[in-house]
Design a protein around this ligand. Structure first.
Ligand SMILES: [Zn+2]
Ligand SMILES: [Zn+2]
Length: 175
């Protein structure tokens, strides 16, 4: 499956590597927004940086909390929600519906409908960009005359880091 791109598990990335990732991602976002003629304001950029810095999908309240720690003036929740909405619209981040959380997109320069593998043990989410999956859904919807509002494909399980490194799997919390 050449169209299936599995990104590296966040748990395997060091702090230094992450900082380089974040800086590169922000630079890429600057360029993308410039090309689209939309404004990546300092606040939107800061929120994007926080979404990147988090090791796993982060909820709006966590991001708000982290933002308030970085700022002298307290950011209001609607401001953060608007910034998150802007970042989603521009394809710079994705919302993980089942977790009600946000994760940075690692391929913001390509138009895609993402799918996610979500690890129940560490809470990490791995993005798949499989055009094959989204096209199958679109084709089937057409055949069945189903009008799609939004495609959400989120698969839960355990990532390679967790199922390989957990000492006693029977101690996993059951849902
Ligand atoms: Zn993406
Ligand atoms: Zn995991």
């Amino acid at each position: 499956m050449s169209d299936l791109i599995l990104h590296r598990c966040n748990a395997m990335i060091s702090k230094e590597e992450r900082e380089v990732f974040v800086n590169n991602a922000l630079k890429q976002a600057d360029l993308l927004c410039k090309r689209k003629n939309v404004r990546l304001t300092p606040l939107r950029r800061q929120v994007l940086g926080l979404v990147w810095q988090n090791q796993k999908p982060a909820g709006a309240y966590l991001i708000l909390d982290q933002l308030q720690k970085q700022q002298e003036r307290r950011a209001a929740p609607p401001t953060v929600y608007r910034a998150l909405e802007f970042l989603i619209e521009q394809g710079l981040i994705h919302k993980i519906s089942s977790l009600n959380a946000f994760i940075a997109c690692t391929q913001p320069d390509t138009v895609h409908v993402p799918q996610f593998f979500i690890c129940k043990a560490c809470g990490n989410a791995l993005e798949l960009n499989s055009p094959m999956i989204s096209e199958t859904i679109l084709n089937r919807a057409q055949e069945m005359q189903f009008e799609i509002e939004e495609q959400v494909v989120e698969v839960s399980g355990q990532c390679t880091h967790c199922h390989c490194h957990l000492p006693q799997r029977e101690e996993q919390p059951t849902l």
